[in-house]
Design a protein around this ligand. Sequence first.
Ligand code: PEP
Ligand code: MG
Length: 561
Amino acid sequence: MLMLIGVAVAPGEAIGPAVVVRLRAHDVRYRIASEDVASEQGRLAAASDRTRAQLEDIRGRTRHVLGAELAGMFDVQLLMLSDPLLRERADALIRTRHVNAEWAVVEAGEELMQRLRAIEDPYLQERHGDLNDVLGRVRANLQRDDSDANWLNAQLARFAEPCVFVADDLPVSVAAQLDWSRLAALATDAGTRTAHTAILARSMGVPAVVGLQEATRMVPPGAVLLVDGTSGVIAVDPPPAVVEAARHRLLSVTFPQPSISGPALTADGTPIRLCANVERPEDVQFAWREGAEALGLVRSELLLGGQPIGDVSEQIQADAYRAILEHAGDREVTIRTFDITPEEMGVPELLDVEPRERLGMRGLRLGLARPELLERQLRALVRAGQGRNLRVMFPFVTSADEVSRATAMLQAQAERLGLPAPPAGAMVEVPAAALDAERLARHAAFLSIGTNDLTQYTLAADRSDVRVQHLYDPKHPAVLKLIRMVLRGARRHGRRVAVCGEMASDAALLRVLIGLGLREFSMAATSLRQAREAVRQCSIADARDTALHALYEGDVIVPTT
Ligand code: PEP
Ligand code: MG
């Protein structure tokens, strides 16, 4: 039995058939049922017809503009498209091996490519570029003009049971639109613990293992996978007895656990406010059941499901924010304004200046550079927040001036609507904000420390780069010293401070943060029970000792009880 080991990022066990996806290559592979053979062949036929029509059209236009000789290269592609070694072979693979159409096209294409290479004719050998072109076009036509997420959802919907989604990578813009109820588990070649897709998997309660490097190559599509998102181990086609035992375990843990309420208390009775990071209205009830006192972070770009934000109207936004707020009743909800890049916002003119730079144009910077987009979001928030306990939070802040400008913008939009403005706070995610927290706190109603980003920018270790994960360490004394500075700065102005990064969901690090003086945390709802237990087990005095040791000795020692 093949075992794969990766980074465990969302706990829990799951079992299901593997769907193997190479997203950038439009390549998805899975086994189909015998009764689906005809419809799968129909999909392939439709995609081939579409491809033929496109190629004929391009050939006609090329002939018109550039002449018959150049148009001739599309004759070659059309010939390839109708070559029985491609089309009939792909049909046969669907029929005999029960593979899906995308997979059949890749397989038949690879076989044809081998044949081309074997022929000692330089002209034919050079035609592999044309063949790749044709294959890419057929695959794109199988996806039709759908977005990646719609295309994947359509494939996932064909399965009777949720599957294990094995992907090379899964960008959060696609992940945010996936139908997660169709996913038993997630396994990716790339990815890290604090990448947004991992955060999303945790909050959806879908077990996930990332950083597997070779999973899409090693896992045969259709294989049964047993995924352990707690240890990071994946068993490929485990023996029937192992599958049986796992199914038994899974059935026995599906009983809902009793609901929790009231503040979390340390061993010596100090209340610790535990809140939830939530991305969808339907997850709010779960957060309350897990003991959340409030919603400490709603990432608005994920709430809007990865759509190009520049296109989302004020009304659609207001409805989305209202949906979350209505589920929350009178509990406090902190909605963060968009933390995205120009590419995700669909702002082409900014793209020319700044490509996809993590340290470039994003978060509040982008909002201030494109005030009409931020103003629209702020108006939607003000409208949705009426009669509710809403707070607005600005991401990726680097200076007090930015906070003061953004807060003034919020006030102005509220005045324009004739409505009161909700309190506005700032995220502390870059060292500059932490070092200048005292001035930030003059303008911000509250601060929230985003340790996912603060760690990567302090240590110059990209949170989504597998190669530097050994350097990405939220308990590094430099990060802890910055967190302490934030607390001191906020206290000078009597501001509340929370931690809403993933650090808080690690029991040992939670103790360090309590020891530093933090009393408020927000994390994935699925981590709340474990965090509450960690709080219960530590006294403030012990937590202080742990924090001091981490600050000055550089390691975290948790006393055994
Ligand atoms: C953070 O940076 O810690 C944070 C909570 O924001 P995000 O993970 O969305 O970058
Ligand atoms: Mg962040």
